[in-house]
Design a protein. Structure first.
Length: 179
C-alpha cells in the first residue's frame, strides 16, 4: 500500500479518536516543531544509525517534556513500535488538512510567472473559491519559472490552470482533433 494512503488512514483515525476533546492537530504541531527545530532529534528519530532502544528513550523524553495527551502519546508510541514512525511527516500533513477542513478553510498554492501576485487578482481568486467550495482559503503564492503568463492554482484536490501554456496546449489539442 502506498505511504500516502496509509498516512491518510492514520491521520483520519487519530482525528476521529481525538474528537472535540483533544486538539490532536495542535499537539502534533508542537511535536513536529520540536523535531524540526533540532536536527539532532530528527536524526535520532529518523536515522537508521541509532538502535531502536536509543530512539525509544529519546521519544519518551520528548513526550514527557511536551506533556501531550495520553491519546497523542499512545499514537506516537504506536507509530514507533509498529516501525511506521518514518510516515510521521506525511501523517502530520494529512492531519493539518483534516484540521483545516474541520475549521472550515482550505490551504492552497497559486503559481505564476511574476515575483508576486496582484492583490486584486488574489481577492478575485479567493472570492471565486469561496463561491465554489463554500470555504475560506489560505493561498500561498509561488513564482514558477516554467510559466510564461497566467496562473496555476491547487487547493485540496481542485486544480485550475489559467496559464498561457495550458491554453496553448488546449488550443493545439482542439486543432489536432479536427485532423
Amino acid at each position: 500500500m502506498k505511504p500516502q494512503i496509509i498516512a491518510k488512514v492514520y491521520a483520519k483515525s487519530i482525528m476521529e479518536l481525538a474528537g472535540e476533546n483533544i486538539d490532536a492537530a495542535k499537539e502534533l504541531t508542537d511535536f513536529n516543531l520540536l523535531i524540526n527545530e533540532c536536527n539532532d532529534l530528527e536524526n535520532v528519530l529518523f536515522s537508521e544509525v541509532f538502535t531502536m532502544d536509543e530512539k525509544k528513550d529519546v521519544l519518551s523524553l520528548i513526550l514527557q517534556k511536551l506533556k501531550l495527551s495520553d491519546l497523542t502519546n499512545k499514537f506516537l508510541t504506536f507509530l514507533f513500535n509498529e516501525k511506521r514512525f518514518n510516515l510521521f511527516p506525511i501523517i502530520y500533513k494529512e492531519i493539518i488538512v483534516l484540521d483545516d477542513d474541520r475549521k472550515g478553510f482550505l490551504r492552497g498554492v497559486i503559481e505564476g510567472a511574476e515575483d508576486s501576485i496582484d492583490p486584486s487578482v488574489l481577492k478575485k481568486i479567493k472570492t471565486y473559491l469561496k463561491s465554489k467550495l463554500e470555504k475560506e482559503t489560505e493561498l500561498e503564492y509561488k513564482k514558477n519559472e516554467n510559466l510564461s503568463a497566467g496562473y496555476r492554482m491547487t487547493v485540496d484536490d481542485l486544480q485550475l490552470d489559467a496559464s498561457l501554456e495550458n491554453q496553448l496546449e488546449n488550443f493545439k489539442n482542439s486543432v489536432l482533433a479536427f485532423e
